[in-house]
Design a protein around this ligand. Structure first.
Ligand code: NAD
Ligand code: UGA
Length: 463
């Protein structure tokens, strides 16, 4: 298809973990549309045009390659592309505010507002603006006010189309989503704009999985989905603490309750804690909104999900220190995994960041190993780089270590030769499985003192 015959010009502002993969999927599935992704970060844009994409996501390169140069383009020329676009997805970051009113809780919307003003300035025709970033409920109202302050007579329709992909499984989540949610104003204009976005997804998503709603329900549903998912993890993690005291096994409890179809089996893996750029940020956003409407009991209820996650991370470090005879000073400790979950190089809010810092404060020699996340880990620990070391190879990381802590559930760690690792470690050797992915009985037989989440430890010591 020649560039002039594309049916629509779609632009995405923000070429990150969401903007890049979602647009690549739309481009791959809809060759009739021209998709351009822009960003203020020229390095990111350059990387999207190579085979070394700026994010690690299994299967993504193949999707990008299907469309890149055909109907998928990456650029830093933001204004020119705004002008040409019929539909603009905005997928810029919305981190937690670090200053002023609402600091530490509400979303910092400065990138969003700047984008809205860029759109306003560069536009000379009507456009549909799609909220792809996760935003506090009622952001669309503020956005409408900014965009409709124009004196050019241009009409903007605002649509909420939150993204539900998870990192590491983004390609499959986009290819076959549980649902796509599209919210709009329920006016004639709003419904027409909603239909245009529905039509895009209908190219590959079955109709029954495309849900439409009013715009506020759509904005709020995104925050609530993340809050519910995180709540399950905090719930099972709270029970893991009780299991460690009572000789119950958290995996057995999770399995037993998960068989109840009303509860369901997913998202019940007890762990060192949830990480990722969104769970904490989105829950705190919900908390802030509830507080701002005077709903303090609602706010406290959800805030506890975050508090429980912090408790789990603290508890993990305390267990390590206590097991290692109450001192880790000068001890070599190998961390297996730094990414916030497997199959991503992303380390945003990874429990490993807190755990490393705590162990370094205790003067341990921390050695960090991860198949994909070492570059990001170096950025996260930039201020203490001289006090930690990095070793891609887990066998070398564990050599002469007192202990290993598994912090990310990479498959690689399930398949290592732990007999060989044990032989190379100082004795007594400890392993702290923060993801419950290892065979604890086997490790115990090999000679390790084994600490899992939600199980009493298996040690070779007599009390
Ligand atoms: P990200 O930081 O990876 O990407 C955001 C990009 O926006 C960056 O590359 C940044 O340079 C760019 N940007 C910022 N301001 C800009 C501007 N004014 N003009 C052009 N580009 C600009 O963030 P992300 O992980 O892709 O998240 C984006 C949004 O999607 C957030 O609101 C997040 O909550 C939400 N979300 C993320 C995920 C996820 O898995 N990461 C999943 C669902 C929803
Ligand atoms: C999560 C949601 O799953 C997505 O639907 C959502 O779009 C996204 O946040 C977002 O808004 O950013 P993501 O953070 O990429 O996706 O990854 P998850 O698979 O949800 O895992 C989050 C954290 O919870 C990870 O640290 C993971 O290890 C942990 N986790 C997950 C557990 O500790 N136990 C579980 O049972 C599941």
């Amino acid at each position: 298809m020649s560039p002039s015959t594309f049916q629509k010009n779609i632009l995405c502002i923000g070429a990150g973990y969401v903007g890049g993969p979602t647009m690549a999927m739309i481009a791959a599935k809809c060759p009739q549309y021209k998709i351009t992704v822009v960003d203020i970060n020229p390095d990111r844009i350059a990387a999207w045009q190579t085979d070394h994409l700026p994010i690690y996501e299994p299967g993504l390169l193949e999707i990008v390659k299907q469309a890149r140069g055909r109907n998928l383009f990456f650029s830093t020329e933001i204004n020119r592309h705004i002008q040409e676009a019929d539909i603009i997805f905005v997928s810029v970051n919305t981190p937690t505010k670090t200053f002023g009113e609402g600091a530490g809780k509400t979303a910092d919307l400065q990138y969003w507002e700047k984008t809205a003003r860029d759109i306003l300035k560069a536009s000379d025709s009507d456009k549909i603006i799609v909220e792809k970033s996760t935003l506090p409920v009622r952001t669309a109202a503020a956005l409408e006010r900014i965009l409709h302050s124009n004196e050019k007579g241009i009409h903007f329709d605002i649509i909420s189309n939150p993204e539900f992909l998870a990192e590491g499984t983004a390609v499959n989540d986009l290819l076959s989503p549980d649902r796509v949610l599209i919210g709009s104003r329920e006016t004639e204009h709003g419904l027409k704009a909603r239909q245009e976005i529905v039509d895009i997804y209908a190219n590959w998503v079955p109709w029954e999985r495309i849900i439409t709603s009013n715009i506020w329900s759509s904005e709020l549903s995104k925050l609530v989905a993340n809050a519910f998912l995180a709540q399950r993890i905090s719930s099972i993690n709270s029970i893991s603490a009780l299991c460690e005291k009572t000789e119950a096994s958290v995996s057995e409890v999770a399995y037993a309750i998960g068989q109840d179809s009303r509860i369901g089996s997913k998202f019940l893996n007890a762990s060192v804690g949830f990480g990722g750029s969104c769970f904490k940020k989105d829950i705190l956003n919900l908390v802030y909104i509830a507080e701002s409407y005077g709903l303090f009991e609602v706010a406290e209820y959800w805030e506890q999900v975050v508090r429980m996650n912090e408790y789990q991370e603290h508890r993990f470090v305390r267990t390590m220190i206590a097991a290692l005879f109450n001192t880790v000073s000068t001890k070599r400790l190998a961390l297996f995994g730094f990414a916030f979950k497997a199959d991503t190089g992303d380390t945003r809010e990874a429990p490993a960041i807190y755990i490393t810092r705590k162990l370094v404060e205790e003067r341990a020699q921390v050695v960090i190993s991860d198949p994909q996340a070492i570059a990001n880990a170096k950025n996260d620990l930039a201020d203490i780089l001289s006090e930690v070391s990095f070793q891609q190879d887990p066998y070398l990381a564990a050599r002469e270590a007192h202990a290993i802590a598994v912090l990310t559930e990479w498959n690689l760690y399930k398949t290592l030769d732990y007999r060989r690792i044990f032989q190379s470690m100082l004795k007594p050797a400890f392993i702290f499985d923060g993801r419950n992915i290892l065979d604890r009985e086997l490790l115990y037989k090999i000679g390790f003192n084994v600490y899992s989440i939600g199980r009493p430890p298996l040690t070779h010591f007599q009390d």
